[in-house]
Design a protein around this ligand. Structure first.
Ligand code: SER
Length: 884
């Protein structure tokens, strides 16, 4: 009986546990604290700092199963997925690690024992081949003398292009970081007898599967040209679980192992495809794994960074679903099967199942609007293409207009043997990026292109006023020496108490003054590293180098500060209410209110809003001291501070604490105690885009004013309803019911009126070539009723043209109906166009019904009359149109 993938995973851990290794969990797919990596791509990532000697070694022997993603950066397998039998976007890497403990000999012996011993994987020795780095004589000797592999099955691999360490047997984590020579173990899955290294190279692609990479980490790559020795020698090994399962389950492709077969069967049931080796089935099966795990690590589809990788993979899967003819939304439905097949590794998926399904479904709904259309255009362009290359313009158009990631388009092209002009596409994309960032800059500094990089010291955290020296003055974007009375401009100081708009917090207002002059500051913004005071000089003049006092408006600042502290409370309360998936996506902190955008896939109910308000107002009543501290980024992270902008912080960060309820990195200004906020009230809740919600709230006196306004409204309503506020609901319910009764009565009455009118109209109708022509002008009737009459007459009489007009004051409206059997000769649209032309009104419609209106009522009787002869001319031969 073959081992299942689950059993193989467990055996690996058990084997190394028996050898004194401690089992540690794999790390998240999103690497912590490592800006060099987009996603975790190897088991060693989480131990990078230990390899580098920057972190203490707690356990010298470790074994893990690591979820890995190879879809970008140095290790990228996305394009190969589905087309080869051994590449995946997502895979599980089995790895044993030694940190300054055993080295080459034991690492190789352990690997050999696990693979070949009867008790464990029991692979026949003659099926295994190994490679070593050309200069690594030590490993060569271990394989040859200790393991006793025949030397012809030990392949020595050198450097490519004469470039030192550029070799398949020298493993590097990325462009920088830990690295070292490696030895790889290959499995010959064919029946072919391979005799020596020459034959090995010739047959590598068809006969061999690389199953295990053992890396001897002893170097650190600092740059392209510089490599240094590490303090300790370490072992990092990696074996793809899917590959070793394929070997042990006796199948030639990873897609034939138990996990994938169940997934693939599940997908094929949604289609009419019987061939389980279909590339699209494989791609979808691969992609549901990566997408589900990425989402479980709190990434959502977006147009940037990790979110864009996720979006690209989802969309590529959806396109393959489309290709298989799947009509309904399907991708999210695979999550349940995935959870079933992933065994011990599915805990995180189970926990986030509903969220994963929801996000996948939303992305599918969103993309389905453009997928069909984009594919049609792509198809046309491929047919039109003169050469066998699709132009960069088309690639960019599909990306920009239809949201087609480049891998999706190139996938389609690959199937049709068409190349893509990737370079031109990239140039167009970069151009667009440049242009939009230029636009953004312009927008931010809307009245200038000023950048001042002299640092301006901000003293406004604890002071309202300071003494400053004027450094620069700008008037209409021009650097000047002085500013005179009544001129507006921007003044830069050596230090200030004014906060320059940033991080969502708006700038300050206040005054710059000395004994002779006064400059009213209307706003403050950041220009480069400095803060510009924007405003108008109302007394005297100010020159560069003058000494002045800068004083902010304290009330205004106070309002901003309480809103800023309330924003931190809100962020924490949202996470308490909706879980750790809530992340800030944007904010505005002004003197009047606060606005907070955040990721959240749940529907926000009134009960949630009340809970959030309750949590925050409790914290306000607790009157907690708000403290700010400068910490090392590391320390701040240890304290679990919320870091909103990955990689954007310097090493020392200002951390704002509201006890341990809220800890955030923040440069903004805050109030001293939560009690200063007074009151927190949400006044609006909305959705900004899929998965992003917005809350707007007021605090302090503004919140009270808001509640007063609501009270006043209720008072007014009570007054109008002539009842006290407790009875409003009852009274309104009664009114609604009464209105309904009255409306029904009116409808009854109108129906009777209509019936009478219809009778009259039919009686007075003219006959033209066997059809009835009805035209009538009502006065002070209801336009809606004209439509009802026209529709009713059209239903009752087959051969009919009706023109009904209603005049109220000096305006008229008109409805025209033509029965269906006449529309090949005359249409309502024709008639309305003729009438409106004559009368200079507006109107339009379709063949059987048209409407319009205007002010020229006097000519109406004559025009309606004239239509009779027009109809007469249009209807030539009775037999062409009459229905009996
Ligand atoms: N880091 C090596 C690899 O990823 C061994 O784990 O192949």
């Amino acid at each position: 009986m073959n081992k299942t993938t689950s059993e193989i995973r467990q055996d690996f851990l058990k084997f190394f546990q028996n050898k004194g290794h401690i089992i540690l969990p794999g790390s998240s797919l999103v690497p912590e604290d490592d800006s060099t990596l987009l996603f975790t791509n190897a088991g060693m990532n989480q131990f990078k700092e230990i390899f580098l000697g920057q972190k203490k070694i707690n356990h010298s022997r470790v074994v893990t199963v690591q979820n890995c993603l190879r879809t970008g950066g140095k290790h990228n397998d996305l394009e190969n997925v589905g087309y080869t039998s051994k590449h995946h976007t997502f895979f599980e890497m089995l790895g044993n690690f030694s940190f300054n403990d055993y080295f080459k000999e034991e690492a190789i012996q352990y690997a050999w024992e696990l693979l070949t011993s009867k008790k464990w994987f029991n692979i026949p020795e003659d099926k295994l081949w190994v490679s070593v780095y050309k200069n690594d004589y030590e490993s060569y000797k271990i394989w040859k003398n200790i393991i006793q592999i025949p030397p012809e099955r030990i392949i020595r691999i050198g450097d490519k292009n004469n470039c030192k360490y550029n070799s398949d047997n020298f493993w590097q984590m990325g462009d920088t970081g830990p690295c070292g020579p490696s030895t790889e173990i290959f499995y010959n899955y064919s029946d072919k007898l391979i005799k020596n290294s020459l034959e090995f190279f010739k047959n590598e692609g068809n006969c061999f599967l690389e199953i295990w990479n053992i890396v001897f980490i002893e170097f650190n790559r600092i740059s392209k040209t510089k490599i240094v020795h590490l303090p300790n020698k370490c072992i990092d090994t990696g074996m793809g679980l899917e590959r070793i399962s394929a070997v042990l389950q006796n199948v030639n492709s990873n897609y034939d192992i138990d996990i994938f077969q169940e997934l693939i069967k599940n997908i094929s049931m949604l289609t009419s495809i019987k061939d389980l080796n279909h590339v699209s089935l494989r791609i979808i099966a691969d992609h549901i794994r990566s997408c589900a795990y990425i989402i479980s690590d709190n990434i959502i589809p977006s147009n940037e960074n990790r979110g864009y990788v996720l979006r690209r993979i989802i969309r590529r899967a959806l396109r393959h679903g489309h290709k298989l003819g799947i009509k309904e939304k399907f991708f999210y439905k695979l999550v349940s099967t995935l959870i079933k097949v992933m065994g011990e590794n599915s805990d995180i998926l189970k926990k986030k199942k509903e969220k994963i399904k929801k996000i996948l479904k939303m992305e599918e709904i969103q993309f389905s609007y453009t997928l069909d259309k984009g594919l049609k255009i792509l198809d046309d362009e491929i047919k039109k293409a003169n050469s066998n290359t699709l132009s960069g313009e088309t690639l960019f158009y599909l990306y920009d207009t239809f949201g087609f990631p480049i891998d999706l388009t190139s996938d389609v092209c690959r199937e049709k043997n068409i190349k893509i002009d990737y370079i031109s596409y990239k140039l167009l994309k970069e151009k667009q990026k440049r242009e939009s960032s230029r636009k953004n800059k312009f927008y931010k500094n809307y009245n200038n292109s000023i950048i001042v990089n002299d640092k301006c010291l901000f003293e406004g955290y604890n002071k309202h006023k300071t003494k400053s020296v004027v450094r620069y003055i700008f008037i209409k974007n021009q650097l000047v020496k002085k500013i005179m009375k009544n001129e507006t401009g921007i003044i830069f100081l050596d230090k200030t108490t004014f906060y320059g708009e940033s991080g969502g917090q708006i700038g300050d207002i206040g005054e710059l003054y000395n004994k002779n002059s006064r400059f009213i500051v209307e706003n403050t913004k950041r220009y480069g590293k400095s803060i510009g005071h924007i405003g108008k000089l109302i007394i005297g003049e100010i020159k560069v180098h003058d000494c002045i006092s800068s004083q902010i408006n304290q009330n205004y600042r106070h309002s901003i500060q309480i809103n800023h502290s309330a924003t931190h409370l809100l962020h924490a309360a949202l996470r308490e209410t909706f879980g750790d998936d809530v992340f800030q996506k944007g904010s505005l902190v002004s003197d009047t209110h606060l606005r907070f955008d955040f990721s959240c896939f749940k529907t926000i109910k009134t009960s949630h809003i009340q809970k959030i308000e309750h949590i925050i107002n409790m914290k306000i009543r607790d009157n907690i001291l708000i403290k700010a501290q400068m910490l090392n980024l590391e320390e701040a992270k240890k304290k679990k501070a919320m870091c909103l902008f990955e990689n954007k912080y310097s090493s020392k960060v200002r951390t704002v604490f509201i006890k341990d309820f809220s800890i955030e990195l923040c440069g903004g200004t805050h109030t001293k105690r939560t009690g200063d906020i007074g009151l927190f009230k949400i006044f609006s809740q909305s959705s900004v885009s899929s998965g992003i919600k917005r809350i707007e709230a007021k605090t302090g006196q503004k919140a009270i004013a808001y509640l007063h306004e609501k009270d006043n409204n209720i008072q007014d309503i009570s007054f109008l309803l002539n009842c006290n506020s407790a009875c409003i609901k009852d009274k309104i319910t009664k009114l609604i019911n009464k209105t309904k009764q009255l409306e029904n009565k009116i409808i009854d009455f109108q129906n009777k009126e209509n019936a009478k009118n219809i009778k009259k109209l039919v009686k007075n109708a003219n006959e033209i070539k066997g059809i009835k022509f009805i035209s009538h002008i009502f006065h002070n009737y209801e336009h809606k009723l004209l439509r009802t009459i026209v529709n009713q007459l059209k239903k009752e009489l087959k051969n009919i043209v009706i023109i009904l007009v209603n005049i109220i004051d000096n305006h008229f409206t008109i409805v025209i109906g033509v029965s269906k059997n006449l529309i090949n000769h005359i249409t309502a649209k024709n008639i309305i166009n003729i009438i409106m032309k004559k009368i200079k009104g507006n109107g339009g419609g379709k063949e059987e019904i048209a409407e319009g209106g205007g002010i020229n009522t006097k000519k109406l009787p004559i025009i309606l009359n004239s239509m009779q002869s027009w109809i007469n001319v249009k209807l030539k031969n009775k037999d062409d149109f009459l229905i009996y």
